[in-house]
Design a protein around this ligand. Structure first.
Ligand code: SF4
Ligand code: SF4
Length: 112
């Protein structure tokens, strides 16, 4: 198994998660992060740290799409290990439904 970053990270990107990951397996897109499923050691430390409740174990039902997104973009986006400021409008987007369809960006972030 692995943990995966899901819909509510998009445009929230609080980044509390990257600070706690013992194996630095977060990767940064323009408006969300993903976890590299092959690097994640399933420690679960990041899950409660996410203010947007966006990190889930892939053993939860219905997360196949997110496993694919995390796997796909972790190899395309740069590694990120230190927290940056969240977007100024992060709170406004917290909890909005269907963010992937509306706002997902395949563009890479800056990384560390
Ligand atoms: S803490 Fe949550 S919202 Fe913030 S970047 Fe990590 S997964 Fe995304
Ligand atoms: S579960 Fe552990 S290893 Fe996996 S991304 Fe979260 S903090 Fe990193």
């Amino acid at each position: 198994m692995t943990y995966v970053v899901t819909d509510n990270c998009i445009k929230c990107k609080y980044m509390d998660c990257v600070e706690v990951c013992p194996v630095d397996c977060f990767y940064e897109g323009e408006n969300m992060l993903v976890i590299h499923p092959d690097e994640c050691i399933d420690c679960g430390v990041c899950e409660p740290e996410c203010p947007a409740d966006a990190i889930k174990p892939d053993t939860e039902p219905g997360l196949e799409k997110w496993l694919e997104v995390n796997n796909d973009y972790a190899s395309k986006w740069p590694n990120i290990t230190s927290k940056k400021d969240a977007p100024a409008d992060a709170k406004e987007f917290d909890g909005i439904e269907g963010k992937f369809e509306k706002y997902f960006s395949p563009e890479p972030g800056e990384g560390d």
